[in-house]
Design a protein around this ligand. Sequence first.
Ligand code: NDP
Length: 489
Amino acid sequence: MDAPTVRPFRIGSQWHNNADPVIRSIYPADGSVAGTVARASPADVDRAVTVAQDAFRSKPWRNLRPDQRASTLYEIGRRIAAERDALARLQMFDSGKPLKECQNMVDSAASYFRYYAAICETWQNEMTSPRGEYFSMSLAEPYGVVAAITPWNSPIMAEAQKAAPALAAGNAVILKPSEETPMLALELARICAEAGLPEGLFTALPGHGEDVGAALVAHPGVRMISFTGGTETGRAIATVAGSRLVPVGLELGGKSPHIVFDDANLPMAMAGVISGIYGSAGQSCVAGTRLFVQRSIYRAFVDELVERSRQVRVGMPDDPAAQMGPLISRAHRERVAAYVDIARAEGGRVLVGGAQPNDSALAKGWFYLPTVIDGLSNRARACQEEIFGPVLVTLPFDDETDLIEQANDTVYGLAAGLWTGDIARAWRVARELQAGSVWINTYKQSHIATAFGGYKDSGIGREKGLHGLRLYSQVKSVFFGVQQKPLAL
Ligand code: NDP
């Protein structure tokens, strides 16, 4: 697929279709140009913030009743769903993810708008019971201009996860997608405009993090920052936000423990482990990347895992039989391969994978084989640092105390999974794991209404559900006096 034209971005009523500089979206499965997008500059950030501030201040959106906002949000969701196939295909070229996964992400994006529309319909403010001659209430109000910055691994879904609640809360949103996957954000902006969202309330600015992202974060007109991406980037953004005293929501990296006890339903656990690591080719913040298996079943479980990993079908994203597509870029594949080399140097044994597939049909893309490594201690770099690829490290454990110590011995705390037939143990261990999401006898399930976010270096704040709406709202308490006499001094 080669798009000859430059896809423009729009700030207010003005289109920007600069032919230079541009961002090229590369199809990771064969290295071809999937699309070319006009690239925003820091000056565009300034313009976009001014337009967004004007749109916010002129009140056509924030002063609507929430149920009136809901109808536009429903319409955005409806239009995303109506364009499902085209959006999913574009997403596939943009990100290299299997088509089916892209379709799920488009469905998910549509459902974020529908869900927050429904919340708008039913949203209630808090009334406090009187303690004097007044009544008081706490109202949720928007911040103003929200900057949303997203990574490349789940375009449109990550973007809708931020845009839908931020708009529902009455804010204006400026979205900077990853330079690797700039195309879906532009489509989302088009759909918002076509659905009747007032001009200037949603702007997509394709650009690089180091200039456009940094300019957004530092801009005095931006009153709230919502970021999903790597922990180090998140830390840099939080530092700037801290000095500006601007609230942040941070969804960051992970190194999630995936735990199998010897009393688990082992076939179910095996399937969960495989989908938990190889889904999205391991390019998932919640991927189960550290496998802890009880020592009594460790060898047999890992042997079978190796065999099953060998059988994972790596293929082109539009091949319905493919279970795993390519990595996002050549540079990222090199980074993943470098981690496997580090693991080897640290004494790890690569039991399967650890290389590119030997398949001429995949030779032009950034594919990497499902990889299992054992023989490392949990302190090894491959067990501590986020690899963000299809690389699983396996570690034995003796008992619950040993397990919890190892599982929590990481700077991250995004997610964890455990498989056991003992409900009391499941509950005990789930409560001890330091993670924002814990899956028991399942893995990587998500629910639009269930809070999502990280402990420790995996983030600050929660998205999804009512938590997601609160993230984009500030609270104003109003006291309404009804006293009959003057207030006493
Ligand atoms: P990065 O942190 O490199 O980038 C994320 C976004 O931030 C991109 O849009 C990037 O721009 C932008 N950016 C980079 N530097 C700055 C800066 N100084 N100021 C403002 N913005 C900046 O992450 P990746 O894109 O590589 O994504 C992978 C990471 O995302 C992994 O660590 C993964 O765990 C995490 N992630 C977390 C999730 C969660 O919910 N917890 C979900 C999905 C991913 P550009 O790329 O255009 O330069």
